[in-house]
Each structure stands twice: as C-alpha cells, then as structure tokens.
Ligand binder design. Structure first.
Ligand SMILES: C[S@@+](CC[C@H](N)C(=O)[O-])C[C@H]1O[C@@H](n2cnc3c(N)ncnc32)[C@H](O)[C@@H]1O
Length: 226
C-alpha cells in the first residue's frame, strides 16, 4: 500500500473534549434521539457501541437530503437510531427497508419510529439480511443503503446491494476502521478479517467511487457510477 500521509494532512483524532465540542457545534440532537440513546444505554450498557453516534446520525440525515434519496435500505437496525436519522431525511412518501434478526431490539426501534413520526416510511423485516436481500427483485431500486450488521457478512451484503442501487445511488458502510484493528497484524478475529476483506473488495470495485472517512469508527461512503 502506498504511504502518502508523510506528505499530506491527516485527520484529527478526537479527544472526548473535541468530540463534545464537535457535537455541540452540529445540529442539536432532538429529544426523541436523545431518549432512544439513553434507553438503549440503560437496557444494554454493554452494547452502546453498536449504535451510531449523534454526529454520524445528523450526517446521515443530511446526506439523505443532499442525495435526494427516496428509497433506502438498512442492513442492521438494532434499536433504530440510524434508521430514524435516515427516515427523517427522505420525503414523506419515501421508504426505508430495515433488516435485522432481533425482534427484541427492533421492538424498541418501532416505538421510537412512532414517536419520531417516521414509522409509516419504514418496512422492518426480521431474518438473516442476506436471505432477505436475495428475495428482493433484481435491478436498481435504492437511492441510499447503509450496511451496519455482522462484519463477516459485509462483502455478501455489498454484492447484493450494489446491483440494486440506482445510478448515482449512495452506499454507507459502518465500522470500516474497526477501532484501528484493521492495521493490527496481531488481530485475526473473523470480524476484523471480514472488514479487511470488505475494504479490499470495495476499494477495487469499479462500479463505485469511494472514500473511507474517519467518521465514527470508520465510515465508507460510495457512489454507484452512472
Ligand atoms: C451495530 S448493530 C446496528 C446499529 C444500528 N445501525 C444503529 O445505529 O443503532 C448491528 C445489528 O445487526 C444485526 N444483525 C447481526 N447479524 C445479522 C444478520 N445476519 N442479518 C440481519 N441483521 C443482523 C444485529 O441484530 C444488530 O441489531
């Protein structure tokens, strides 16, 4: 891999103070999302890192609007934070297909989608996401996709989703830096290897233009070529 960072600027690594500052100088997190984050942390204190952060949520709402997205798919919904953010960025007659295997976690999501006034846009399907994706008609139908489920499955989700994206459609993929473990030679877990395999595949995929951003735990942003 070519090493370019010795001559070009690197991204900031965020201290907790800098992160608080950044959140304070972004659009305020509304009470529904704040309550959802708080309830998730109370019920599942060990799982809080599953949920995207507030600045990433705001970014995803804005991105959905900027992209003019109408039809969205999410792989990995958990308690519904990211789905709420994207659903807010699409028009009232837009659709968000949300895929997850957990009835328990998505029951919480459903409550917050009602409170946020976005429940009518969201079609939640419970089951292994790869199987659900394979049942969808082939051909372009989505404007925006977000992958945030089991890391070993990322490449499979990508291969099902890219052909189903409209030209110019946007794909977002979460955790693509894996808390820095992607560059740790001693790290050989299936999850991290899944992310590495995905990153290699996506970076070489000529169907998309792509950038891996240091947002949250690494957020890959790709645009399907027209
Ligand atoms: C990191 S969490 C998603 C967080 C969510 N995007 C948010 O912002 O709150 C990952 C989710 O993927 C789901 N998941 C794991 N394996 C899956 C599979 N094979 N098919 C569908 N969902 C799966 C888990 O149940 C979990 O809710």
């Amino acid at each position: 891999m070519a090493r370019v960072t010795h001559v070009t600027r690197t991204s900031e690594s965020l201290s907790p103070q800098l992160h608080d500052y950044l959140v304070a100088h972004s659009a305020p997190v509304d009470p529904v999302l704040a309550d959802l984050a708080e309830e998730t942390a109370r019920l599942y204190p060990d799982l809080t890192t599953m949920q995207i952060g507030p600045e990433q949520g705001t970014f995803m709402t804005l991105l959905a609007r900027i992209a003019g997205a109408r039809d969205v798919v999410e792989v990995g919904t958990f308690t519904g934070y990211s789905a709420t953010c994207m659903a807010r960025g699409i028009p009232d007659d837009g659709t968000l297909l949300a895929l997850d295997i957990s009835e328990e976690w998505t029951a919480i999501a459903r409550r917050y989608w009602e409170r946020a006034g976005v429940a009518h846009k969201i079609d939640l399907r419970i089951g292994p996401a790869l199987e659900t994706l394979r049942t969808l008609p082939e051909g372009p139908r989505f404007d925006l996709a977000f992958i945030d489920a089991d890391k070993e499955g990322y490449t499979g989700y990508w291969e099902e989703l890219v052909p189903r994206m409209r030209p110019g459609g946007v794909l977002l993929v979460d955790n693509t830096l894996s808390h820095g473990r992607v560059v740790d030679p001693a790290e050989d877990s299936a999850q991290v290897q899944g992310i590495r395999d995905f990153n290699d595949r996506a970076a070489a995929d000529e169907r998309v233009e792509l950038v891996l951003l240091p947002v949250g735990d690494g957020l890959t942003l790709a645009r399907k070529r027209a």
